[in-house]
Design a protein around this ligand. Structure first.
Ligand SMILES: C[S@@+](CC[C@H](N)C(=O)[O-])C[C@H]1O[C@@H](n2cnc3c(N)ncnc32)[C@H](O)[C@@H]1O
Length: 214
């Protein structure tokens, strides 16, 4: 039975906790969340602006998502790419979104009720352990929004090594970046690295499509 005032969102309100969660979701503004998280931790978040649809289309457009079964997203933030991935992935696929910010993960869980999505608070450094906890062996693709330029070089190397191990031999690693820090890391671990650039984003981004993890 719905209570007055909540009917317009079409969600049943059984408990105070549910009601508060719905109100929080309604009043939460994605851009405000992105700004808040950026000012809380600028090095980890990298940009205060969520990705533009130009960036999303440029990054995801060249990839055939119809055969992907296991996809991982590093740094989903407010979920612009997460939503676009779910729109493209088949019904039996699974998407594992990993972000260090509990606020972003809470937002994704509240906003996206899609049984294909598992949103986990954690660091991409622990991708192999996080996958194992989900019963995953290897992934078809990793999409990364991580600001690699703010990571210590040894940590960035280890993260890329774990990522290459997490992928099937024909797997892909996609990345969008303000700077080019991820390029040499990809070139050391993958057989092929294609590059692109998208101006229509704040800030403009370098794009990378790597395949053939070594
Ligand atoms: C540039 S934002 C990308 C946000 C979002 N994907 C977008 O396009 O709007 C980088 C994201 O990476 C997350 N992040 C930073 N370091 C991380 C790490 N080691 N593991 C997982 N997520 C991380 C941040 O919390 C933030 O959500």
């Amino acid at each position: 039975m719905q209570e007055p005032g909540f009917g317009s969102v079409g969600l049943p309100c059984r408990t105070m906790v549910e009601r508060e969660a719905i109100v929080a979701t309604l009043v939460e503004d994605r851009t405000a969340l992105a700004f808040r998280e950026f000012f809380r931790n600028p090095l980890a978040v990298g940009s205060a602006f969520p990705a533009s649809h130009f960036l999303v289309d440029a990054m995801l457009g060249p990839v055939d998502w119809s055969r992907m079964e296991r996809v991982i997203e590093y740094g989903p933030g407010t979920g612009i790419f997460t939503r676009a991935l779910l729109d493209r992935l088949p019904g039996h696929a699974r998407l594992l979104a990993i972000d260090t910010s509990p606020a972003f993960i809470g937002h994704l869980r509240g906003e996206m009720r899609d049984r294909r999505l598992v949103a986990v608070t954690g660091s991409a450094d622990g991708v192999l352990e996080i996958m194992a906890a989900q019963g995953w062996d290897r992934a078809d693709c990793i999409l990364s929004g991580l600001p690699f330029s703010t990571l210590a070089p040894e940590r960035a190397e280890r993260l890329m090594e774990a990522s290459a191990c997490a992928l099937r031999p024909e797997g892909k690693f996609l990345a969008y970046q303000m700077r080019r820090a991820v390029k040499p890391l990809l070139e050391r671990r993958f057989e092929e690295v294609r590059v692109g650039f998208e101006w229509r984003n704040l800030p403009p981004c370098h794009l990378y499509w790597a395949s053939g993890p070594g």
